[in-house]
Design a protein around this ligand. Structure first.
Ligand SMILES: [Zn+2]
Length: 179
């Protein structure tokens, strides 16, 4: 049993090293990392418990160490679950300041209003943005779109954008449709 635990520990340590690099960006890799981490702690727990039981005969060491590992892993899993739910609920990514983002759009020459603005995460590491830009002159639509895409990329790293350009009359027609 002890030999199996030692072999498991070595394999898990190698896997953890491989996964730790990507675990800050991808939720999937982070999930895999926690899986291996809990396995590693399990192996370590078996080794320590075996040593304690062999040296002292205190058999309670085994369940106590097992419970301690569980208590260590549960809060980390909870954080992972919260991040996954945030993505599923299409919440605004925490690193994106939506107020600042709206101000940057309003700063673009010709833009008079912004509405239906949403930023959400498609999958961890890939954010998407959509909005309507009301412009003073539809003749400037192309320049506005180019400026908006540049502002989203340089200011917020957002490259998956969908923007609807409208003038005041289109905005009003849209408002009537929504009534
Ligand atoms: Zn609109």
């Amino acid at each position: 049993m002890l030999a199996v635990a030692v072999a498991g520990l070595v394999v898990n340590l190698v896997s953890m090293k491989l996964l730790s690099a990507g675990s800050s960006e991808s939720l999937n890799v982070k999930g895999a990392y926690f899986e291996v981490l809990s396995d590693m702690l399990g192996s370590l727990g078996v080794i320590i418990a075996a040593a304690v039981v062999m040296l002292t005969g205190w058999t309670l060491a085994d369940p106590i160490i097992g419970a301690a590992i569980g208590l260590f892993i549960v809060p980390r899993t909870w954080i992972l679950l919260r991040q996954a739910i945030h993505i599923l609920m299409e919440g605004t990514p925490p690193e994106v300041d939506i107020t600042l983002l709206e101000r940057k759009l309003l700063d673009i020459p010709g833009v008079v209003a912004v509405h239906d603005l949403h930023v959400w995460t498609i999958t961890s590491g890939i954010d998407a943005m959509s909005c309507h830009l009301v412009v003073a002159d539809m003749g400037q639509a192309r320049a506005t779109l180019v400026g908006a895409n540049e502002a989203m990329k340089s200011g917020f790293g957002l490259t998956h954008t969908t923007m609807q350009i409208e003038d005041q009359s289109l905005r009003e027609a849209e408002g009537e449709l929504k009534l």
